[in-house]
Every structure is written in C-alpha cells, then in structure tokens.
Ligand binder design. Structure first.
Ligand code: SF4
Length: 442
C-alpha cells in the first residue's frame, strides 16, 4: 500500500445508500492508506466523488459539482468513480483528473496514490500523518451487503452500470458491522442495489439481519430497500426485535397495473397492496416510503389517476416523486408516448401535493406519541437546534441546551414543521403530554 503521509482527501457521494456505504468504506481505506480524511466541504488535495447516473438530472448535478470544485480548488485532484463512469467515461473524464469504474473501486486508494506520486497534485504535505479518527464517531453507517441488479425494469440504467448481482460474504458483512459499531455508529443501514436478493451460499437477507442484531453494542438497524416479492414471513418476523427500524422502503413506481407491466416491475398493484398489509400486520405502525415515476411513456390520464388513487389508499409516510427521465440505452428511452412538458408538470405537481398530504397524515397520527431519535447534527454551531432521524424515518428537529450529536433517545412528536417534525425531549416541559413522558423516562 502506498503511504500518502497526510494528504488531505474529501469524499463525496451522490445517489443511493449503496454509494453512501461505498464512500464510507473508501474513507476507511484512504485513512488506512495514510490519507487525512477531511469533511466534504473542506479544502483537500484530492476530492473523490462516488457518482450516480440514474437520471439525466443526476448527470447534470455531477457535472455541476465537478466544475464548482474545480473552480474553488483548482490545484486539487478530482477523482470520479462508479456508475457515471461506467455509463459515459469520456464525458466524465473531461471534468475529472482520474476516473474509476465500479469494478475498479477496490483499487481506488492505490490508483489515487499512484497518481499523486506521479505529481499531478501540487499541494505541500501537512506535517502530521493521518489516522482514522476523523471518520470515527459518525452516527449512521451504511453497510454494503449486495451489489448489482438483474431485474428487467424498462426505465433503469442500473443493470448496465452495475452488472450482475453479487453479495458480500456473510462473515465480511458481520465484520464490517462490528467495526462500524466499534467506531461509534449508533445506526447501521444494510444496503445494496437490491438487498432483498442477498445470497451467500444458503444465507439470505434474514440471516444477515439476524447476525447483525446479535452484535453487542448495536443501537439500531435499518434495511435500505426491498421489493414486495422479497418479503417473507420469516423476514418480517425479525421486526419483533425493536432495534430493527420499523421503516420499509418499497419502490412502487406506479399504482397503475398497465404502467407497471410496461415498466416490467414484476408485481401488480394488488400484490403490492398485499405486501403493505403483510408489513402492517407484522409491524404495526411501520412507516412505508416509496418512489413514484410520473409520466412514464404512454401514461394516460386514467393510468395516472390509478396511480394517484393507489397512493392515497397506501398511506405512505413519504413519497419521492420523479418525473420520467429517459436514460439512453434503456428500453423505456425508445418507447413512444412521451408526455408534453405542461402535462408532465401538472402531474408532478399533483403527485407532490398528494405526497405532502400523505406525509402530514402519517405525522398527525404520531402527534403526542413517542419515537426514537438519533441526533445527527446541530443546524449551525451554537444554535441549540438539532436535526435527527427517527426509527420510522421522520426527519426530526428539537431544541436542546445539551450537546446531542450521536445520542439515541426517546422523544415525543409535537407537530410537523416544514420538512421536519418538531419533537420534545424527555427533559423538557411536558406541555400536556405527561403520560407519554412518563413512559419515556422509564
Ligand atoms: S430493481 Fe429495477 S429499478 Fe431497481 S435497480 Fe434493478 S432494474 Fe433498476
């Protein structure tokens, strides 16, 4: 391994939780290789970005980001890795000094070190060598368990940029999880392109969940996303352990059966609704978040109305709305029936408004009830306002005179406040919720 004697490196991630998991592993690898890992906004000798190319908008944001870092820190070395490189290396290369494919990610430390040794970054070395301390003590860690997807979804570029399906060996996953707990992470998120298809010999996702729950010191555990066909009674039964977050991300994409067929999603609206019923029977009060693509080619007024009605009935706690964005090379990009821009805008607006109503309704039910907060950061140094996440994936905000970062604690839901949910900590004025706080203190 090359020794880089404290060269400052900043790591950035776009896109999914899998990318986040990978960037965290890269941070540890760079620290072990002698780099000083600094915060993403800091000045650095090297900026590494784990890229996303899932939509045209993701490509645009990456280009914008590379240009802006180049403008602000012209002598830094820019390294782009991952999906955008897989899809279109020549264009990414125009803006980055080094590009690394998904397959090359395991060698990224050596590749960067070699390039530095060849003298392409000119900043003088700092005096002190680095250690892993700067990347320890974070609150949430993403643990990659699987990569790649073989599903035939018509709109998706992922099967072309993360080819094949591979799963990390179970002992490796457990070792990573143990290490993240030891470095102070309170929440672990099991992540992958499709974690639900995890396979290591006879081991399945349920075995991974069980093994991680067995680790001493685990605060809480989340599974990043699943599909209806991947839920089994055996898997759902594991949620009887309260450290397993009652939050399921199930991407619906459309509530219309005919659109789902054209998308080749492999389930029907009826099957999806059955999966929701199974979740809610096994995990009462569970939050279910989803993604919806609006304006898939040929989506009629009737199909869009079906999608809206389905989402209204489903009671999602959060809906991520995406206008259809054709990715060259996918089947959907060749499909007829692209929507006119004003129609698309109108449908996106309608779906976003439903998403807001749906999220508000979920919070309303929780008002005065207890949730578990993991406090992540102060809004600004000294502000006394902390942001965090609940086990059911609400974005929380509270006031506190005490430092809260990385604290896991029960709190009481007060009300929705813009994109956050205001909560009250157990040591605050009860404001009429005495019974709840009594429970909280025990
Ligand atoms: S399941 Fe479909 S949408 Fe998800 S990564 Fe695989 S191909 Fe893409």
């Amino acid at each position: 391994m090359h020794k880089c004697n404290g060269r400052r490196i900043a790591l950035h991630s776009f896109g999914c939780k899998l990318n986040q998991a990978e960037i965290e592993s890269m941070a540890l690898a760079f620290a072990a290789g002698g780099f000083e890992v600094v915060e993403p906004g800091d000045e650095a000798d090297v900026h590494v970005v784990n890229t996303c190319t899932v939509t045209g908008e993701a490509d645009r944001q990456l280009r914008q980001w590379l240009r802006s870092v180049r403008r602000r820190q012209p002598s830094s070395m820019l390294v782009a890795v991952g999906c955008a490189v897989e899809r279109d290396a020549p264009h990414v290369q125009e803006l980055a000094d080094l590009v690394v494919t998904n397959a090359g990610k395991g060698d990224v430390v050596a590749l960067v070190a070699e390039r530095l040794e060849a003298g392409s970054a000119s900043r003088p070395l700092p005096e002190t060598a680095a250690d892993g301390a700067r990347i320890a003590g974070r609150n949430r860690a993403f643990v990659k368990i699987q990569e790649g997807c073989l599903a035939p979804c018509a709109y998706c570029i992922v099967p072309y940029v993360r080819r094949g399906e591979t799963s990390a060996p179970l002992p490796e996953v457990v070792a990573t999880a143990r290490e993240r707990i030891a470095t102070g992470h309170r929440e672990l998120v099991l992540t992958g392109t499709r974690p639900g298809v995890y396979r290591d010999g006879e081991s399945r996702l349920s075995d991974v969940v069980r093994a991680v729950l067995d680790l001493p010191g685990l605060g809480r555990l989340r599974v990043s996303s699943l599909q209806p066909q991947e839920l089994s009674p055996e898997l759902l039964a594991l949620w009887s352990d309260s450290r397993l977050c009652p939050h399921f991300h199930l991407s619906l994409q459309s509530g219309s059966g005919t659109v789902l067929r054209r998308m080749a999603r492999g389930y029907t609206p009826v099957r999806f609704m059955e999966a929701l019923a199974d979740i809610r029977a096994a995990v009462p009060g569970a939050a279910v978040t989803t993604d919806i693509i609006v304006g898939f080619p040929g989506e009629t007024d009737g199909e869009f109305a079906e999608s809206v009605q389905f989402c209204e009935r489903a009671g999602f706690s959060r809906i991520h709305v995406f206008p259809f964005s054709p990715r060259p090379g996918t089947r959907a990009a060749e499909m007829e029936g692209r929507l006119a821009v004003p129609v698309m805008k109108e449908r996106v607006k309608a779906m976003l408004s439903l998403a807001q109503r749906s999220a508000d309704a979920y919070v309303e039910v929780l008002r005065g009830r207890r949730v578990q907060a993991l406090w992540e950061e102060e809004t600004a140094p000294g502000s006394g306002e902390y942001l965090g996440t609940s086990e059911n994936y609400l974005r929380l905000i509270c006031s506190s005179n005490l430092p809260l970062r990385n604290v896991l604690e029960p709190v009481v839901v007060v009300c929705a406040e813009e994109e956050f949910v205001r909560v009250r900590r157990g040591d605050e004025d009860t404001g009429g919720c005495e019974a709840e706080l009594e429970v909280t203190r025990r």
